[in-house]
Design a protein around this ligand. Structure first.
Ligand SMILES: [Zn+2]
Length: 231
């Protein structure tokens, strides 16, 4: 199966790309720019992962759309005047501030259009169970409906094999198949190293700790992550 994987450069999509390769897929990767404050680090990670896995990689811009959005609608957008990302656990209600309106739908549509142009049979997303509290468009009912639309319109599959898997489960899978997790980037702040305090840093810290595998990440500060994940 020729499959286009949405590769953010984070843990989940990196493990998914390696998992698809391991299960015989002919994989291409696409990453997205959408005005995210962590674009530089994220896209560098995605590029490094694609090179490591020897898969074609394209960076698609959604900025024509997101640049017209109200910057105040998401703390993730670099244009947001507040310039801050909420700290704490990834599943906390405060993380709703990181939602970019329609982001997953835009990514699915763009990846599907790109896949169709390359004669691919499927688009794969790394949505996982930890996304469900905050991101309605990462939940299985939404993904099944989007998959039905792709099947009807383009005879294309939407794959989301990690939808019921925890982040810890993804780390365990990644370690088993030697996915290049050391090259990945999770931090929403996009500084010189992982901040250790934003929702995705705390989630990453917790997943490695629970998995029992060595965390290859350098964090600027782990005090909050230790405190939150010990609860
Ligand atoms: Zn962070």
């Amino acid at each position: 199966m020729k499959t286009v994987v949405s590769l953010s450069g984070g843990l989940d999509s990196t493990v998914l790309a390696a998992y698809l390769l391991n299960t015989g897929h002919d994989v291409r990767a696409v990453s997205f720019t959408y005005g995210q404050r962590h674009a530089r680090a994220e896209l560098a990670a995605a590029t490094a992962v694609a090179e490591h896995l020897s898969i074609p990689h394209a960076i698609l811009s959604l900025e024509g759309i997101t640049s017209q959005m109200d910057p105040a609608s998401s703390q993730l957008l670099v244009a947001n005047p507040a310039q801050s990302v909420p700290e704490g656990h990834y599943a906390a209600a405060t993380m709703a501030a990181t939602v970019v309106p329609g982001r997953n739908l835009l990514m699915i549509a763009a990846a599907a259009a790109y896949a169709a142009s390359h004669g691919a049979d499927a688009v794969a997303l790394a949505a996982h169970a930890g996304d469900h509290p905050v991101y309605p468009d990462c939940r299985p009912p939404f993904l099944m409906a989007a998959g039905a639309a792709l099947a009807l319109g383009y005879d294309m599959n939407l794959l989301f094999p990690f939808a019921d898997r925890t982040k810890t489960g993804i780390v365990i899978t990644g370690a088993a198949i030697k996915a290049p997790m050391h090259l990945t980037w999770s931090c929403y702040n996009g500084g010189p190293q992982h901040c250790g305090r934003c929702g995705t840093c705390v989630e990453r810290y917790e997943a490695f700790r629970e998995s029992g595998f060595c965390d290859p990440t350098t964090y600027a500060d782990t005090t909050l992550a230790q405190e939150v994940t010990a609860r």
